[in-house]
Design a binder for this molecule. Sequence first.
Ligand code: UD1
Ligand code: UDP
Length: 376
Amino acid sequence: MRIKNLIVFGTRPEAIKMAPLIKEFEKHTDVFETKVCITAQHREMLDQVVDFFDIVPDYDMDLMKPNQNLYSLTADIITGLKPFLEKFKPDYVYVHGDTTTTMASSIAAFYSGAQVCHIEAGLRTFDKRSPFPEEMNRSITGRVTDYHFAPTTTAKENLIKENIPKDQIEITGNTVIDALQLSIEKLSHSDFENTEVKMLKDTWNPEKRLILVTGHRRENHGQGFIDICNALAEIAKKHDDVQIIYPVHLNPNVQKPVYEILENIENIKLISPLSYPGFVWLMNRSHLIITDSGGVQEEAPSLGKPVLVMRDTTERPEAVEAGTVILTGTDTKKIVMEADRLLNSKDAYDKMSLRHNPYGDGRACERIVKFMKNKL
Ligand code: UD1
Ligand code: UDP
């Protein structure tokens, strides 16, 4: 009898970080029968990733609704997973990170009697409202998890502080580095001159220094996004040798302020969310990244790109400690001041553009599968 695995995810970052694990389990079909379920908490942004990595989900819950709320999404995931869990009867359910899909599907898996494996376990800010609701999502998931795959020693220490037994925690590195390497490898074997890169080549002005921007955090909705957009407008105005490219998240709470404030500024280009390879292509060409994203904070150091993080706290302290990431919050003045400093001083810029890999070496999935095999 093979071990039955169910991998569940629902948003863009979970898909990116679970894709290499799916590929790794595909190498071990003699031991594991692995099925994939997508909640589709995201739709277009999820499908972009699933298509690029050639993942064919066994079950698509197709849950996304426009401007969805946390209450109904949580309920829909738990009740929607029940029939599939009861039919497939997985031994292990793998969830990733800290989204509503992560928290709700880990609870559903626990109800089904399956054991829960949490990928990217142990990240904490210890501030339950920041990021919201992610800090609580990952803490709740941690309570029902049986095996915690921690990306770093800091993450493992956080779990030990919560009395998780050491033999249930494995340090693996973050699977995002596996995904980054997999996508670079995949691109080297294919003709990547697709329509998206053609569009990017038309959008990107190589004579200007590129600032790449992303943002979506719920706690920044409202005034936070207005302050962020005002900062970007000011940076664009002050530095005409700079071009800002901003693939705007599809959340209406993000789209509205961003398009209202930034649409008609000459050296700011607002574009649709990019496919993963398109975004990696642009990250590689950027001079500076300004973001509130978790995943981008992990990818940028391995590409040697300085990052300003528009948050007050981070659960990813490693790059801050190494000096390649700076927390600015959403304060307009602080964002502009830090951007000015990096754009005006070569010395300050060089210190922050150190290439390093605090989040992994590209072998996280190999370690996860090895750990699971050793348990047999
Ligand atoms: C979610 C996660 C967040 C994660 C982020 C990654 C929660 C509570 N939030 O936030 O942890 O960092 O994804 O991007 O789990 N939308 C579309 N198409 C898409 C995706 C989103 O139209 O492909 C729009 C829809 O109107 C949707 C809204 O965005 O209702 C919000 O999506 P949701 O997943 O609830 O929140 P995110 O801000 O994307
Ligand atoms: N990303 C992408 N296309 C984009 C913007 C980001 O593929 O237009 C990738 C990025 O490389 C990273 C992930 O999406 O791997 C981060 O997703 P997001 O910021 O939405 O979520 P978070 O990481 O904050 O949970």
